[in-house]
Design a protein around this ligand. Sequence first.
Ligand code: ZN
Length: 243
Amino acid sequence: MRILVMSDLHANYTALQAVLKDAGEVDETWCLGDLVGYGPDPNAVVEEIREIKNLTCLMGNHDVAVVGRMSLETFNGDAKRSLTYHEKVLTASNMDFIKSLPSKVKVRGEATMAHGSPRDPLWEYILNSTTASLNFDYFDTPWCFVGHSHIQSSFTLKDETGRVVVEQTKPDVALELHPKLILNPGSVGQPRDRDPRAAYAIYDTEARTWTPRRVMYNIAEVQERIRAAGLPEKHAVRIGEGW
Ligand code: ZN
């Protein structure tokens, strides 16, 4: 099976469209959460996701907040402003869809999926070897896919030494999968690794490979919609620069 794995769409419809087009035909789509937050297009993104067949989709921390299961006060001012706007404009049926998503880890075949980490699915960021090594005890499958940090990366547990090697994965270079790995496909709607292109990955279950991908999209168009909606200027600037 050829599976599209993506995360952190953050209400960026133009980036999502570019990713879906670039990925082409896939057997399944796995989305690791954060459909909303930051961007200008919460309804368009949720509607596009709802149309996807063979979809597994988790809730992210922004999704949990927008449906009222977590206080908006846990977010910083600029993030909170977008969430307040999303809460207002999301249609009832799109809200219901978000509410229907699971906020815990999910296991499918050889992979465990979590938004943040298998240890703390909504909030923990896996950014370094220390956090990664603590998390290898929290899943039983050979590999685990996480989002949340918005950084396309891999964390490899070295059997012999017990050490964890952290790498920023390279676009279009297929990684051969072997136990134990934690992989992050990066962010569709708000990449934070100084590469503003939308990020995702293709997981091939037979070949056991993981191929990180990047795709350019019309960023200026999204920045315009952010400004037109009166959302924080910071959100417009950062998608242009990738931070
Ligand atoms: Zn996010």
